[in-house]
Ligand binder design. Structure first.
Ligand code: CP
Ligand code: NVA
Length: 326
């Protein structure tokens, strides 16, 4: 049975429910901008579990929780018993008896589902290997802010088509009726199970999976993500060789034939040499930018950082929907 109090994956929700969350996020952003207090969940306690690193998701849950009047406790993976000495099920029962809601970022989707099943409180998926649903509300919120509507939009995701971001964008676009094209080399295209889910939940979008970069023609937005995701053990060189033709650069933008196109990225991004990994890759392979060139990143940085800020407003809406008392 779908647990609607939790927010575990996009397919648990209808188009109307996701649109309601997007609109609520925009309302919360307005309250914050006008500095109108909204401590609607005063006195509640939430726990944030992170088994992988995070800047945006952790900050967004922390600030959103505090803005809503809640007490927020961070539980880093190295500091709690989870996984090493205690099962997810037992951890869920303990945390559920003390906290009113739990955020979880980890590896297996099954773990966040187990946490929700046994904790008895709302659980929010802060990213697993399979889905990144809170990112979706921020992304489609950003699109709605930019274009005024989601109706009739066409988007393309280019790069690693087998990761959480590609999965979530494909399925969420289908639910919302936004045309989506996933552009990846054949070996990195979404798994059939994910494609089937997108078709099963489609409300009228055109869904395209291709290895042809020319498929960006006419799209309103191009999205990309890192070429190697957290927790993946793959040969970086192999990924670079496969994905370099799928980099977002000025040639790719020209292929859209749309001078109003925007570019989005969930971040973090490898677009310059100001990171340790970026410098390592440069030393080993001579590449100073990976999934997006610095030129393109800077050109669209207003939208990309608006998208990052929107993580906070949208996570606030997601937690409020779960915890509000009717
Ligand atoms: N986009 C995103 O989830 O960023 P973090 O990994 O910094 O949370
Ligand atoms: N696909 C990336 C997303 C980061 C927000 C990862 O899982 O590392």
């Amino acid at each position: 049975m779908v647990n609607k109090a939790s927010f575990l994956k996009e397919i648990d929700f209808s188009k109307a429910e996701l649109m309601e969350l997007i609109d609520l996020s925009i309302q919360f952003k307005g309250l914050k901008e006008k500095r109108i207090s909204h401590k609607y969940l005063e006195g509640l306690n939430i726990a944030l579990i992170f088994e992988k690193a995070s800047t945006r998701t952790r900050s967004a849950f922390t600030v959103a929780g505090q803005d809503l009047g809640m007490n927020v406790t961070y539980l880093g993976s190295g500091e709690i018993q989870l996984g090493k000495k205690e099962s997810v099920e037992d951890t869920a029962k303990v945390l559920g008896s003390m906290f009113d809601g739990i955020e979880y970022r980890g590896f297996k989707q099954e773990d966040v589902e187990t946490l929700s099943k046994y904790s008895g409180v709302p659980v929010w998926n802060g990213l697993t290997d399979t889905w990144h649903p809170t990112q979706m509300i921020a992304d489609f919120m950003t699109l709605k802010e930019h274009f005024g509507t989601l109706e009739g939009l066409s988007i393309a995701y280019i790069g690693d088509g087998r990761n959480n971001m590609a999965n979530s964008l494909l399925v969420t676009s289908a639910i919302l009726g936004v045309n989506v094209t996933i552009i990846s080399p054949k070996t990195l295209q979404p798994e059939q199970e994910i494609i089937d889910l997108a078709h099963a939940h489609n409300t009228g979008a055109i869904l395209t999976i291709t290895d042809d970069v020319n498929a960006v023609a006419g799209v309103d937005m191009i999205y990309t993500d890192v070429w190697v995701s957290m927790g993946e053990e793959v040969d970086f060189k192999e990924r670079i060789d496969l994905l370099l033709p799928y980099q977002i650069n000025s040639d790719l933008l020209a292929k859209t034939g749309n001078d109003q196109v925007i570019v989005m990225h969930c971040l973090p991004a490898f677009h310059d040499l100001n990171t340790e990994i970026g410098r390592d890759i440069y030393e080993q392979y001579g590449l100073s930018e990976l999934e997006i060139t610095d030129e393109v990143f800077q050109k669209y940085s207003t939208t990309i950082f608006q998208e990052a800020e929107n993580r906070m407003h949208s996570i606030k809406a997601i937690m409020y929907r779960s915890l509000k008392r009717l």
